[in-house]
Design a protein around this ligand. Structure first.
Ligand SMILES: [Zn+2]
Length: 481
């Protein structure tokens, strides 16, 4: 008995001795934080159901690469004023560990205290820092890692703070107010160049960047809407993808002696879901997954020192797999018939038609061939109710522009989007068995996945402010906020 006990004590002692080096295990030196904007479980699972439906009739899913990471958790996203956060307060939560008001970036709800971000902490430790986004680089999520402003729409101030950040790599879309609100201020790319950034535009030049380039601001020159990259399904061959920008970031930061922190945002998942366009959400989620694959390839070479965390900032659209009209069935192969995003359909079909057709001569029949090409929908396949809804939406599109505040019913029907186009994606999504409840964000939790050094911190149910604390722990940062 005694002998057993002493053996047990010795074993405990051994465990304690072993615990010392375990506690001093190398900190995460190469840290990736991937944020799918507007990406919660429905966005992830719809992409996985779609990916399977492309090659199989089986009821199965083809998991995304990031959803196979070994540790997963659920993350609550409410902010200081609402269960439904926006990207600014959600970004602030993840970047600084603080809840604030919607619309505020890295300041307290009183808009006087400024918070220090995890990216600034990383920089202070001598790490290199990269910020990548598929939307404009001054948008709320990327800005949450380098800027502090009372309003997320202070785009010029955000751009000035980007130039002054000293961070090593910015990649993705452009600026929303490159010369200020009135266009009378110094060009932001010039400010960045003065601050020592090499400003590089266009895929060819961006992909040619090599380590030792110094501080880089890389902007795709083929942009779509609001200075953002194209929806991935619309991306021209000559335009860099989110994965391309991630790979360039790894090339530029990958050999930093003290490591790096890189935030990569898939920003257009959110924009697609605001517009209730499932095909664009799915394709951008797959493009986001491809960007995570770049980090996984880097991790294969630095397995012990890399940490990859993938999360969302909130859900958008109230997306669901399941719709009243299809009950327990889904037909995701129908989503594949959509060949362009709602945005491209607006730009290339609706707008030219509106410009050309006189209101009293406009006829839905004129657009049917383009509708079939873009969404795979034929009038004869629609129910009488859907046909009526489509005609009604067409009339609204060809009539006066719907003003959100002025027409509550119009907002419920079309969310401030082009009525014809949003009705087309809704009809197609409903036929596939995908439902939507909102044109804004919702308050359901998001999923977080992790792999690598410190991965064990990311299991369970926790708040988005804890992402900051968990990253600090993994990176050996003394929490200051
Ligand atoms: Zn967001």
């Amino acid at each position: 008995m005694m002998r057993k006990l002493s053996r047990a004590i010795a074993a405990l002692g051994l465990a304690a001795a072993l615990a010392v080096p375990a506690a001093a295990a190398p900190k995460a030196k190469y840290v990736f934080l991937f944020i799918g904007d507007g990406m919660a479980l429905a966005q992830i699972n719809s992409a996985a159901v779609y990916a399977n439906a492309m090659s199989s009739k089986e009821i199965a899913i083809k998991p995304l690469g990031f959803s196979k990471l070994p540790v997963s958790g659920l993350t609550t996203t409410h902010d200081a004023s609402s269960f439904i956060t926006d990207s600014a307060s959600a970004g602030t939560a993840m970047a600084t560990g603080n809840k604030t008001l919607s619309g505020v970036i890295n300041m307290d709800p009183g808009k006087t205290v400024k918070y220090r971000t995890i990216a600034e902490e990383a920089k202070a430790l001598g790490m290199k820092v990269g910020i990548v986004s598929s939307v404009s680089i001054d948008h709320a999520t990327p800005a949450s890692f380098y800027a502090k402003v009372p309003s997320r729409s202070d785009y010029y101030a955000i751009g000035e703070q980007l130039a002054a950040s000293g961070f090593d790599y910015f990649g993705g879309g452009g600026f929303l107010q490159p010369k200020g609100k009135k266009g009378d201020q110094a060009e932001l790319t010039e400010l960045a160049a003065k601050a020592g950034y090499k400003v590089v535009a266009g895929k060819e030049r961006i992909m040619a960047l090599r380590k030792g380039s110094g501080k880089v601001l890389a902007v795709e020159s083929l942009l779509q809407d609001a200075s953002a990259l194209h929806y991935d399904m619309d991306r021209p061959a000559g335009a860099a993808s989110l994965a391309d920008f991630t790979r360039v970031g790894i090339e530029l930061l990958g050999d930093a002696p003290k490591g790096f922190f890189m935030m990569v945002e898939g920003g257009k998942i959110d924009w697609a879901c605001h517009a209730n366009d499932a095909a664009s959400s799915i394709k951008d989620t797959l493009a986001f997954d491809a960007a995570v694959s770049e980090a996984l390839a880097f991790m294969a070479k630095h397995p012990k020192e890399t940490l990859i965390v993938v999360t969302g900032d909130h859900e958008t659209g109230g997306m669901s797999i399941g719709f009243a009209g299809t009950q327990y069935s889904t037909f995701f192969d129908k989503v594949a018939k959509q060949t362009m995003s709602f945005q491209r359909f607006n730009d290339e079909v609706v707008k030219p038609y509106k410009d050309k057709a006189k209101k009293d001569e406009a006829d839905l029949a004129d657009l049917l061939p383009a509708i079939k090409a873009a969404f795979g929908l034929e009038l004869g396949d629609l129910t009488p109710l859907q046909q009526n809804e489509l005609q009604f939406a067409f009339n609204r599109t060809m009539g006066n522009q719907v003003v959100r505040a002025a027409a509550e019913d119009a907002y419920l029907l079309y969310g401030g989007y082009e009525p014809l186009t949003v009705k087309l994606t809704q009809i197609l999504n409903q036929a596939a068995g995908i439902g939507w409840t909102s044109y804004a964000h919702t308050g359901v939790p998001v999923a977080t996945f992790a792999k690598g050094s410190g991965q064990e911190l990311f299991g369970g149910l926790y708040d988005n402010t804890d992402i900051y604390r968990k990253l600090c722990s993994a990176m050996g940062i003394q929490k200051k906020n």
